[in-house]
Design a binder for this molecule. Structure first.
Ligand code: AHR
Length: 504
């Protein structure tokens, strides 16, 4: 009897000590690739209340929403879809608003569309935000001619009927739109094509997408659905890579199955764990698509453009099911922090990304209710992480402990780091474990600093949200549990938290 008890005791002590052993992190002063600011991009589809009620109300752009988004330095905004891009005809939404065509949004909710928000309004919005527009052209129900004409309307500075029409509609100068998607999800809502068929379509459409003087086009092909590696392989073999800037990829975090995604607010640890495991799959997916692209593009000229990502839950009870309106919790902020760390660490290939979607749809940054507006936990992650935009990534090595739930394990901690143009180093750390604080001891060979500052986003429970009654429940605070200890940086990372440190 005695022996097993002693053994058990020793094992328990060893286990306890192991759990307390600080996690080792090494960040070297070896610059990796620049983290493109465009990784911090956003997606605004004409879907539900993203455009109407979100960005646009009555006959004007909402300046409260613009002010909030300017603060986080939105670099690029994608529009008009999504699935909607492949049913969108740009001519329906130009000219005097009262004369615009009334159409039906058959992609989202079968609702009437008055087209009061069109090309001019979108580009005015991008101007107000100070961001680059990224327009997805229509391959599904469009023609090469329609796409060619839209580009002429947007980007030609000389005399032509279409450039004159733009002037007549109030915009003298061309907009010089550069980022251009050739269709969206052409494997699904964009036309249910095979990769071979789409490759031909891409080559045909892109032949007529011309770069006007001052507006070099950056063409983005409709890439794979999450882990469809065959799609990437076929496209990389058959599309004209010479005229391609990027390949899009879409991956959503789903904490259930497609028909039962689970509530955005009422979830237990089982769903929480599933969401985190699904979110971490982005690492594998990005890595495998990158490896395929490396075969055909070893110099990494073509970007992987993750232009739809984020958590997708069941819509809020009582909302229109086709409008994809969901609340946003601390869990979603942890997903955003983790995903952005993955993108930062793959900055050699991931050149652009767009969270789906900016306002009132899916993993939104901003929710609105008539003239009220609130910032979600996810918004604050983009605010904290904006320091990585255009900074040089630093090489990190992290041996994370596991977060274990019901016999399943995932890495508890993830991280990324960068050095900005003024030499300041930023480290972003995420602890996914909802009940264990984790101490990290980081070696930073070659990095000199005297001050450590930081911000933290956390809350009492992983399903805490900001509401119109309590808009500040989840928001960042000053973080003071990081200190220099000899050559090491010691960080006490609370459970379920995101921390961004500044070393100078
Ligand atoms: O973001 C919502 C939808 O998800 C987009 O319209 C589509 O591209 C994707 O399937």
């Amino acid at each position: 009897m005695k022996k097993p008890c002693l053994l058990f005791l020793l094992l328990a002590i060893a286990g306890g000590l192991a759990a307390q052993r600080p996690v080792s992190l090494t960040i070297r002063d070896t610059s990796g690739p620049v983290i493109s600011r465009n990784i911090y991009g956003h997606f605004s589809e004409d879907l539900g209340r993203c455009i109407y009620d979100g960005f646009w109300t009555g006959d004007h752009i909402r300046m409260d929403v613009v002010a909030a988004l300017k603060k986080i330095k939105v670099p690029v905004l994608r529009w008009p879809g999504g699935c909607y891009a492949d049913q969108y005809h740009w001519r329906d939404a130009i000219g005097p608003r009262k004369d615009r065509k009334r159409t039906v949004n058959t992609s989202w909710g079968m609702v009437s569309e008055d087209n009061s928000f069109g090309t001019h309004e979108f580009l005015e919005l991008c101007g107000l935000l100070g961001c680059q527009p990224y327009i997805a052209g229509n391959v599904g129900t469009g023609t090469p001619e329609e796409m060619e004409n839209w580009l002429e309307y947007l980007n030609f500075n000389g005399k032509s009927t279409l450039a004159d029409l733009r002037r007549q509609n109030g915009h003298e100068q061309p907009w010089n739109v550069s980022f251009w998607g050739v269709g969206n999800e052409s494997w699904g809502c964009g036309g249910s094509m095979t990769p071979e068929y789409y490759s031909n379509e891409y080559n045909r459409y892109s032949e007529f997408c011309k770069s006007y003087p001052g507006a070099p086009l950056k063409l983005i092909a409709s890439g794979p659905n999450s882990d469809d590696y065959n799609w990437t392989d076929v496209l990389m073999q058959h599309i004209d890579l010479g005229r391609t800037w990027g390949l899009s990829m879409h991956y959503y975090t789903i904490a259930g199955d497609w028909d039962h995604k689970g509530s955005a607010t009422q979830f237990d640890e089982d769903r929480y764990f599933k969401a985190m495991a699904a979110c971490l799959k982005m690492e594998e997916i990005v890595g495998k698509h990158s490896a395929i692209m490396d075969k055909y593009d070893p110099r990494k000229r073509i970007g992987l453009v993750v232009d739809e990502w984020g958590i997708w839950t069941d819509p809020e009870p009582g909302s229109h099911p086709g409008f994809l309106y969901q609340q946003n919790s601390l869990r979603d902020a942890l997903i955003a922090g983790t995903t952005l760390n993955i993108f930062n660490n793959h900055a050699d290939r991931v050149k652009m990304a767009a969270l789906a979607q900016t306002v009132n749809v899916l993993q939104a940054l901003v929710l609105t209710d008539k003239d009220k507006m609130l910032l979600t936990p996810t918004y604050y992650i983009f605010d904290m992480y904006k320091v990585h935009q255009d900074a040089k990534s630093l090489v990190i090595q992290l041996a994370s402990p596991d977060y274990e739930y019901a016999g399943r394990r995932i890495p508890a901690v993830n991280a990324s780091a960068s050095r900005d143009s003024s030499g300041v180093v930023h480290i972003s750390l995420v602890n996914l474990d909802p009940s264990k604080a984790i101490t990290i001891r980081a070696g930073l060979p070659g990095i000199t600093y005297t001050n450590v500052g930081g911000q933290i986003l956390t809350s009492g429970r992983f399903n805490d949200v900001n509401t119109f009654d309590q808009p500040d429940k989840v928001k960042p605070a000053v973080f003071s549990r990081a200190r220099k200890d000899g050559d090491e940086l010691v960080v006490e990372l609370p459970a379920e938290s995101v921390v961004v440190l500044e070393l100078k």
